[in-house]
Design a protein around this ligand. Structure first.
Ligand SMILES: Cc1ncc(COP(=O)(O)O)c(C=O)c1O
Length: 375
């Protein structure tokens, strides 16, 4: 028998796996801490969770029946919420599934995907899954987009897809209208990922899709509605694109519980508004707390997380020789506080902290003060 691995697609054999966040139980066990003692600020989840109406909807959902493959009620509810006709909307098991659908629909081995790192890692993963060429134009040190270079590289490399995250993950910066309009002139499909737009003062560009044939806007219930575990996201597409995506989408995502939950979440607008207001207020408090320490430089953010440069006066005992961000991430873990560190260019001296509840900020501050005292 031939080695079975040799039968795999070469690009799949060669690709790096995506590095997702470990589940809470696994982290608690690794840190020898009870689950309740962990302050989880590493995955931009919404600590206010779901509205009571969502629980009610899940309780009443017909879980023994397959979901509506046309997502009729869910798409209508979203259409009312974002002010775009339902025909433009397609939902998936998280925005992640929608990214995967776009990749599968547009990319063949050899095609190019243009990315603007540092940013969300799923776009690169998608390029790898499809055997596509991954072309990148790194953001400037302040994380703004170098529009001129993007245009020059796009002309040279002829990518089919350009991913723009707005607000960007991991820093929370946004793209202005003029820059976006300029990039929309390119002969590419621009995928604008608005996973965090609800926390920004900037309005969504979902309605722009009706004027731009080459724009897709992605949204998710994970952050806004506290539904990361239920996996519901969607894309707003030009009609010419969406009709092809329906053909390649598996029929039964999102599932019945997720769909019912998402509809109920949108019906409880007060809950969503309150959750966003609390997180935006806490983002400001968190930024202030971090800046006050004197050795952390939080960046202004329009999302539910804050990226922070770490300027340690001395190495943290026990972690000498590691990048500053990694030292702090590991030191915080000892206090049960989880934050995100990225082993990526431009980010090794940074940590990303999700905005939690006020009591989470207090735990984080206590841990940081204790760490500073140990230096
Ligand atoms: C920019 C961005 N897009 C999409 C997602 C994934 O969203 P979902 O949970 O809907 O798959 C994330 C998750 O962290 C993200 O940061």
């Amino acid at each position: 028998m031939q080695d079975v691995e040799s039968l795999l697609n070469r690009h799949v054999r060669q690709m790096q796996p995506y590095a997702p966040i470990a589940p809470l139980e696994v982290l608690a066990e690794r840190l020898h801490l009870p689950r309740e003692a962990i302050v989880k600020l590493d995955a931009n989840e919404n600590p206010y969770g779901v509205s009571p109406r969502v629980w009610e909807a899940i309780r009443n959902a017909d879980l023994h029946i397959y979901p509506d493959p046309d997502q009729t009620r869910l798409r209508e509810a979203i259409a009312r919420y974002i002010g775009v006709p339902a025909a433009h909307i397609l939902c998936g098991a998280g925005a992640d599934e929608v990214i995967d659908l776009i990749g599968r629909a547009f990319l063949q081995p050899g095609d190019a995907l243009l990315d603007l790192p540092p940013t969300f890692g799923m776009y690169r993963w998608e390029a790898d899954v499809c055997g596509a060429r991954y072309v990148d134009v790194p953001r400037r040190p302040d994380f703004s987009i170098d529009v001129e270079t993007v245009i020059a590289v796009a002309r040279r490399e002829r990518p089919k897809l350009l991913f723009i995250t707005n607000p960007n993950n991991p820093d929370g910066s946004t793209i202005e209208d003029d820059a976006l309009r300029e990039l929309l002139q390119l002969p590419v499909l621009v995928v604008l990922d608005e996973a965090y737009i609800d926390f920004s003062a900037q309005p969504s560009r979902a309605r722009w899709v009706m004027e731009h044939e080459n724009l897709v806007v992605l949204r998710t219930f994970s952050k806004l509605a506290g539904m990361a575990g239920l996996r519901v996201g969607y894309g707003v597409f030009p009609l010419k694109v969406v009709r092809h995506l329906w053909k390649i989408k598996q029929p039964y995502t999102p599932n019945v519980a997720g769909s019912a939950a998402a509809i109920a979440a949108l019906e409880d607008a007060d809950f969503l508004r309150q959750s966003v207001q609390r997180l935006v207020a806490e983002r400001q408090r968190l930024t202030h707390v971090l800046a006050e320490l004197g050795w952390l430089e939080p960046l202004p953010s329009s999302a539910n997380f804050v990226l922070c440069r770490v300027r340690l006066p001395r190495p943290i005992p026990g972690f000498e020789g590691l990048p500053a961000g990694r030292q702090l991430k590991l030191a915080l873990e000892r206090y049960g506080v989880l934050v995100r560190w990225f082993d990526k260019d431009g980010l090794r001296d940074c940590i990303r902290i999700s905005v939690g509840r006020p009591e989470h900020t207090a735990c984080l501050r206590d841990a940081l003060v204790a760490i500073a005292a140990s230096l």
